[in-house]
Design a protein around this ligand. Sequence first.
Ligand SMILES: [Zn+2]
Length: 305
Amino acid sequence: NQSLPAGGGHGRGRHQHAQRHSRLQVPKHPCAPAWPPSCPWLAPPPCSLLKGSAPFTSLCRSPGTGYYSTLQSYDLPYPEAIFELSFFFHNPKPFFTFAKELYPGNYRPNTAHYFLRLLHDKGLLLRLYTQNIDGLERASGIPASKLVEAHGSFASATCTVCRRPFPGEDFWADVMVDSVPRCRVCAGVVKPDIVFFGEPLPPRFLLHLADFPVADLLLILGTSLEVEPFASLSEAVRSSVPRLLINRDLVGTLARHPRGRDVVQLGDLVHGVKRLVELLGWTEEMQDLIQQETGKVRIAESHGW
Ligand SMILES: [Zn+2]
């Protein structure tokens, strides 16, 4: 076990820490000043991705934004209750009202999602780890095999009594007419495979043991990096591997234990991703991809899907 530094050195340590942070604001690597298309760090596959906005923490920490503001209109004793099994068994209705709100199609993938899709199309994406439960990574066209949805998804469900698995299509019809989906066999409540408090992460999360040691680049996009064990993944890449954080704030282990090859682009996520796409010379491809994918949505809508 490593011991903590003695109390007397605390002030000096903090000062050094702050200095390291300010250095991180400027992209510093052999391709300086920024990330040109020829950057060897971005070229070679595989790269591993870590993404997500930590829905559970935003419930508690960001009143007025995201899921939290939506939940205030529900009949909940406190916001976190929506992901608590004991409350779910007492009253599953608020959770399914929330599910209806998140129905695929109510929200659309953004530029950041399509950037990840482009990485996949180019054969550069090793895996995308996400804490989001909105399913927008799937909606952007990234195949399930490339995803680790660490907090689960609405793509499948399980009977809470007999544990029979159900495909997502089976429960949406009930959810959309505000009724609680029931198991066809035992009439138990069918719960979408979203990870509630105290539940284990999906077995696919174990893929990180194989993925992170072989990644050549770690992209960290739009996250608070506060929810464990997900947050610690940012330290699971080899120490020589660059970590690129595009985020509003300097967060998690990148703030607490910065590494020499970290690159940080702070500010608006979509703006940061667009800038990276520009520097990579992929702007036209991105526009084509987004046009192609949003075109699909329009065709689906015109067919009443
Ligand atoms: Zn059942």
